[in-house]
Design a protein. Structure first.
Length: 118
């Protein structure tokens, strides 16, 4: 069972940048398809981005396309989410999640708060 720990959240002004990290306990992170999700107050959790096991294929939700970049370093057991040109509507708790060879995302981190002030 993989354990995930997010970090890098904080308070930033609109237009600023943050880089989130998701560190995994297992040294076989490369076997997991990874995703980033977020949940704003009073809203459902939503998909942000995901990345294939090798890191060669990524996808993004429309609201973050062109501003966010997901990447991974399997040797370091870490997945990243670079967030640029942040907007107040990006304010949320951000979660990383791991999905094995079959099934849905089975492992989730505890989340990291991102607050963007206008």
């Amino acid at each position: 069972q993989v354990q995930l720990v997010e970090s890098g959240g904080g308070l930033v002004q609109a237009g600023g940048s943050l880089r989130l990290s998701c560190a995994a306990s297992e040294q076989t992170l490369s076997t997991y398809f990874m995703g980033w999700f977020r949940q704003a107050p009073g809203k459902k959790r939503e998909f942000v981005a995901n990345i294939s096991r090798s890191g060669t294929v990524t996808s993004y939700a429309d609201p973050v396309k062109g501003r966010f970049t997901v990447s991974r370093d399997n040797a370091a057991n870490t997945v990243y989410l670079q967030m640029n040109t942040l907007k107040p509507e990006d304010t949320a708790v951000y979660f990383c999640a791991a999905k094995g060879l079959v099934g849905d995302y089975a492992y989730w981190g505890q989340g990291t708060q991102v607050t963007v002030s206008s």
